[in-house]
Design a protein around this ligand. Sequence first.
Ligand SMILES: C[S@@+](CC[C@H](N)C(=O)[O-])C[C@H]1O[C@@H](n2cnc3c(N)ncnc32)[C@H](O)[C@@H]1O
Length: 367
Amino acid sequence: MTQNTTGKTLDSLNLEQQIDLQISTSGPISVATYMGLCLTHPSKGYYRAAEPLGAKGDFVTAPEISQMFGELIGFWLVNLWQQMDEPKSFTLLELGPGRGTLMADILRVACRAPGFRDALKLRLFETSPVLMAEQKAKLDVYDPKWLQNFESFDEGPLLIVANEFFDALPIRQFVCKPDGWHERQIGLKDGKRAFGLSPTPIPPASMPDAVAGAEMDSMLEVCFGGAEVMRQLAQAIARQGGALLAVDYGYGTTQTGDTLQGVRRHAFADVLDTPGETDISAHVDFGALGNVARAAGLATQPLATQGEFLTRLGIGERAAALSGANPGSANDIRTAHDRLVNADQMGTLFKVFCAHSPGLMPPGFAA
Ligand SMILES: C[S@@+](CC[C@H](N)C(=O)[O-])C[C@H]1O[C@@H](n2cnc3c(N)ncnc32)[C@H](O)[C@@H]1O
């Protein structure tokens, strides 16, 4: 067992103490290292230790707001499965399935399509043991398997969904200075964690073209982990056919700006406070993910807002049908619809990204 200089085992230290010990012995750490420790430290990371989702957790996601979100994605998946001539075997993979709510809603409607259930191989990719247990309880009837990596898949096409997964992957941040870009780091100042910059400049020529000529002090965020996930999955789709749908807050073209954010108990929180107890995320650079997908040979759709996507798929009609069947819940259904779709709520902030085999025509995007 590892011991520090005071003779305590590392395990007996809380995450905050472990991070501060690492910084004081080895020097400042990158934002990505800090974010990775905070979110997925094996025993004390945010997603490893507790239940982050829902009214009692720190935030609420679209599938937890209304069943309509998952149901419409279920119809979307059936549409693609039909466009692929209803393969007798295909993989449906969800990245970061949370409490299993999205997939349960998807499969409740999708399995009504004759042949879909028999052809389905359900795969989940999850880091949290707490959430895995919830996924198992909700989805066991569909015989799910949890993947450790994306090295191999069963025969047949892949349909992949991810809601608020890519925003949870660690980002690196770089700040533009006269002598080049400097990586943002977290060190200790007067015994407290504080942001600083690496003294070593990175030449502007090494940075993406999209930030050439950026203003002094502007910040670039790069999510290498997200790009690697996309590369592996896009290559698998290029080999086997299929599509990937990702919903998240983000932007369509690589740009500068600081989007790192902490959320605790449904309010913004300082990312440097209470490591392991605060959700940390960053907006997703869908422009960069699209470049990776296209380099693997996939086609991509123009980014849609969540409001546009759900409206094109018929959320208005679905809300009316649900309200007709449950008049007592009509107000709640209207509130949930507005929360998912309206521009001043989630409708514009959240974007929908799709990469797919050339030849498929995923519904919900501008023609
Ligand atoms: C913000 S939650 C979204 C959950 C769910 N998709 C929803 O919409 O309710 C992020 C999900 O991604 C998972 N996750 C985060 N980082 C991960 C990682 N590095 N590997 C696998 N899963 C991860 C979390 O445990 C959680 O299930």
